[in-house]
Write a protein that binds this ligand. Structure first.
Ligand code: ADP
Ligand code: MG
Length: 241
């Protein structure tokens, strides 16, 4: 039996004035799959995540979650239905503790948790990302990778069914990168459905079941990482960057 489709985009289009950032984009994401959304800078990947998460309204097209249209729902409602994302530039509250930042994810997410339950859940998510010892630190004192870990823990605390990671591995040194890839692999093995926007080729090769490649807002290729990364049109799109 084929795995069910979790998320579908049909003709998704986003214009910013005269610029078409996302152009008539179609793709499906299957349950438990890691789908790589790749392409050169400015090709529309982050905007696509913004459309899915409801941070930006589509200009036209439809987005469905398990067959139900979510195209026009507000971002909080889409989050409540289990779609959560990290941002390319980490967004945390630096004067709050690590635990409080993660607890905010537990309170506002897909399964709302309160009080002790939210705190215990937030601690479990900090363990998942290997940061339980820093629970009482202020986010402002953390290293870059640790702020990324906190952000991921905050997103995981909302119990997402679909996890959207926007260049979560960017800026990590080689050791941190290995740890980061292992962490995403663990999330995959737990059966999460993930859209991975990523430039790190090793991560794409080792984590993605399938990739959709974007260039100038449009889909130019789709297939396994090996297939798309050897596709002449994809190579041209990256080199032209
Ligand atoms: P990627 O994530 O693939 O690097 P983006 O989705 O961030 O690409 O951007 C796609 C295009 O849309 C770029 O040309 C970018 O400058 C433009 N863009 C993105 N967000 C906005 C915005 N809020 N207003 C105007 N233009 C935008
Ligand atoms: Mg981006």
């Amino acid at each position: 039996m084929n795995a069910p489709t979790v998320l579908s985009l049909r003709g998704a289009t986003k214009r910013f004035g005269g610029l078409v950032a996302v152009s008539d984009l179609d793709f499906d994401v299957t349950e438990h799959e890691v789908m790589g959304l790749i392409g050169p800078n400015g090709s529309g990947k982050s905007t696509t995540l913004n459309l899915i998460s409801g941070a930006l309204p589509v200009t036209s097209g439809t987005i469905t979650l398990r067959g139900t249209p979510i195209t026009t729902l507000p971002a909080q409602e889409i989050a409540r239905r289990g779609v959560a994302r990290t941002f390319q530039l980490v967004r945390l509250l630096p004067s709050m503790t690590v635990l409080d930042n993660v607890r905010a994810g537990a309170v506002f997410g897909h399964r709302r948790r309160w009080g002790h339950e939210a705190e215990a859940h937030a601690m479990r998510m900090l363990e998942t990302v290997g940061l339980q010892r820093r629970a009482q630190a202020h986010v402002g004192e953390l290293t870059y990778i640790d702020t990324k870990r906190v952000e991921l823990a905050r997103v995981l605390a909302s119990d997402p069914k679909v996890l959207l990671l926007d260049e979560w591995l960017a800026g990590l040194n080689p050791t941190e990168l290995e740890e980061g890839i292992a962490l995403i692999r663990r999330l995959r093995d737990e059966g999460r459905t993930i859209i991975l926007v990523e430039h790190v080729m090793d991560a794409i090769r080792s984590l993605c079941d399938r990739c959709v490649v974007m260039s100038s807002g449009a889909r130019i290729a789709e297939g396994t990482p090996a297939e798309v990364l050897s596709d002449p049109e994809v190579i041209r799109a990256y080199l032209g960057d």
